[in-house]
Design a protein around this ligand. Sequence first.
Ligand SMILES: *Cc1c(COP(=O)(O)O)cnc(C)c1O
Length: 388
Amino acid sequence: MIDHVISYGHQYINDEDVQAVVAALKSDYMTQGPRIGEFEKQFAEYLGCRYACMVSNGTAALHLCAMALDIQPGDKVITTPITFVASANGFRYQGAEIVFCDIDPKTFLMDLDKLETLLKAAPKGTYKAVVPVDFAGYPIDEERLRKMADDYDFAIVVDACHAPGGSFVDSKGEKQMVGNCKYADLTVFSFHPVKHIATGEGGAVTTNRKDLYDRVALYRTHGITKDPALLEKNDGGWYYEMQELGYNYRITEMQAALGMTQLARLDWSIQRRNEIARKYDEAFKGTIVKTPYRQEGITHAFHLYIIQVPADMRKGLYDHLRANKVYSQVLYIPAHTMPYYKRQGWKEGDMPVAEDYYKGCLALPMFPTLTEEEQDWVIAKVMEFFAV
Ligand SMILES: *Cc1c(COP(=O)(O)O)cnc(C)c1O
């Protein structure tokens, strides 16, 4: 018998995290101190990329990518409808026209065949950027995207908010960590509490391109630089220049401290999440519940464990679980059906696979501290619903 709420995701904060935050609080810096740079270095090392820039949240990270790529009003940017709206919004802030590309019915990620059809139908250079999402933690085929990016001339910004610690194996048989930017131009992460690394609010941009990193870092801090190599003149030690119209998208020292202790547990988190996934897979085998697809060679980061049930049973199951303190979640309502994106010309019916996915999807509790007893309860309550 479970008498507490089991949510679809939950952060894990231990004594080590608390001590790291307290140490940051007692230090000389609350922001713009040494921990931010250290966290950037550790994160870049973990992923195997050259640069990481820590920012205030994942949405800011996406906006910074749009600015770094010099997205202008009217530029076309492609993303998936099955994502959190921020994937599109980050580019809308710069006035981009968002073009949605429907999803693959197996992985629920952007359908790269459909993407290729879109790209083929327009002159090369029509689309400035493509923003795939590693939805639920499943890494997109970045290698195939790279080939398309080279053929059709667009930038790849992977929204990997769901997939730190995920990886895939490329055609050379080499393991590629999500965010290492071997194939992508830029990758974006979020450190919101439901995500793998929880800093309250927080995010990161990773890249191997110095030009893009420099622009992301500049726009993160008001467009202000003190770099002597970049200054137009130099009046003395106090001198700085605001060279572009940037934002304050910084992260704090306390968040960076938390980020580092959380990063140290990321591998454990991925391992636990995969164990939990296998147990769900096993439990629902041969039932009406469809479990998440995965291909050989990928490491699924399992931010979410999403089942598919018949559309006419989804609401009943959601309510039944809720009545039993299991707070499952429906992720996501297709972005193109949001009133705002409808005003941009999108309508129901435009993305049939995504809309079909939405009708039957449900995210079950998935976080590394989910106990055996809790997971057994969740499974039992799902089974109970279908038994009656
Ligand atoms: C969480 C999330 C974001 C936004 O991150 P925030 O840190 O909440 O701003 C963007 N894209 C996806 C896919 C996300 O899940």
